[in-house]
Design a protein around this ligand. Structure first.
Ligand code: SF4
Length: 388
């Protein structure tokens, strides 16, 4: 499987923090976040969504904490969650304190609507006592009114200054367990704000295009923003804010990081040509069906489906498995070698069967290596027992 991670510039090394068991910043892998859409007081419904998000690739999940009922829901959700839970807090510092009492792993505070220094410092004191990190979550849509007045509109400088002001309050009470976001729905504003934030702070940055809207445009806008920054080495954790089932957010985040070689692949990477007048098989149908079947089986291989000899042999050879099609049939490649010719109607089944075999061989090879190592260790133990 090809990994292109080495081609990206080095990521900026930020201060490392931990949200529960997940490390963020430093040399930790870029993590994926999403947010539940259920009422947090609905414990079973929220937990079901958290499990779906974790299954789709989310490392961290945020839940709103906007009422005492939500806080008491959090207290029941957190011990049963497969991933760390972050409480999203706006307007009411008491909700941050309630979330800390509920055992939350992280807090997100919005400097635009939680403004009283004494309240922010009180939350920081409590968070420090419980080793809970805080995200300073600046958002262009809820910028502090003073900054909005001074700058006239949300600008990169205004967003970063908002984060700076909140940061000063937290640092004043010795709190440094911090990550920062400066989100905007405008992609170029978001990119500029994060570039400035990266120059200004050494804390980890949480990237996102806020209120990106429904897919596919929401995914395109978010990818434009996040991928641009990641390609410059900026960003430690990401969220796609889509107007959609949040499972799509987690999937999109995972797909982007895998595509950029920033996370280990755990699902298929399908390379397929767009097809054109030269193709003499139905490339689109074969590629779609192969991707769906391989995704169902969580097969993390690179598979190529190519319509003709123009780019077909090159791509099929470079992938773990590939088809380079001709007239209603194609050459099947396994790890760079042609193994047989497959008729068009059998291509999907052939790819799935061979992928399953490759996965099985990989597991068997790993087990055999583990057995050999266990034998070596047993021999070493026996030798040292004999005083050799
Ligand atoms: S590989 Fe062949 S069929 Fe596919 S787009 Fe290129 S030229 Fe067309």
């Amino acid at each position: 499987m090809r990994m292109d991670q080495g081609l990206l510039p080095k990521r900026k090394k930020t201060k490392q923090i931990h949200v529960g068991k997940v490390a963020i910043g430093g040399d930790a892998p870029v993590s994926i976040q999403s947010m539940t859409t259920t009422k947090t007081a609905d414990v079973e419904g929220t937990l079901a969504q958290i499990y779906q998000l974790a299954g789709a690739g989310a490392d961290l999940v945020r839940c709103t904490c906007n009422s005492p009922e939500a806080a008491s829901g959090l207290a029941q959700i957190i011990p049963r969650s497969p991933v760390p839970i972050i409480a999203d807090v706006h307007f009411h510092y008491e909700m941050a304190l309630a979330a800390i009492d509920a055992g939350v792993d992280g807090l997100r505070l919005n400097p635009g609507n939680l403004r009283k220094p004494e309240e922010i410092k009180l939350v920081a004191h409590e968070a420090k006592d419980h080793s809970i990190p805080i995200r300073i979550g600046v958002n262009a849509g809820s910028l502090h009114p003073d900054l909005l007045k001074r700058y006239g509109r949300p600008t990169p400088e205004a967003l970063v200054e908002s984060a700076r002001n909140e940061l000063d309050m937290l640092e004043e009470v010795g709190f440094e367990d911090i990550k920062i976001s400066v989100k905007a729905s405008n992609v170029s504003l978001m990119i500029s704000a994060y570039r400035l934030a990266s120059e200004t702070f050494d804390y980890p940055l949480h990237l996102g295009v806020t209120e990106a809207g429904p897919p596919p445009s929401g995914i395109i806008k978010t990818t434009a923003g996040i991928a641009t920054l990641l390609a410059e080495g900026i960003g430690d954790t990401i969220r796609y804010s889509l107007t959609a089932d949040p499972v799509e957010e987690a999937r999109a985040g995972r797909t982007l990081l895998e595509a950029m070689g920033l996370r280990r692949r755990r699902s298929v990477d399908l390379i397929a040509c767009p097809s054109c007048g030269r193709a003499e098989v139905d490339v689109i149908a074969i590629a779609k069906a192969a991707e769906a079947e391989l995704a169902k089986r969580s097969i993390p291989l690179q598979v190529a489906v190519m319509g003709c000899v123009v780019n077909g042999p090159g791509e099929a050879k470079g992938a773990d498995l590939g088809i380079a099609a001709g007239r209603h049939r194609g050459h099947l490649f396994i790890r760079g070698k042609v193994v047989r010719v497959v008729p068009e109607e059998d291509m999907v089944v052939a790819l799935v069967n061979e992928a399953e075999k490759l996965m099985k061989e990989g597991v068997e090879a790993r087990l055999a290596a583990a057995d050999t190592r266990a034998e070596e260790l047993a021999e070493e133990d026996a030798r040292s027992a004999r005083g050799a």
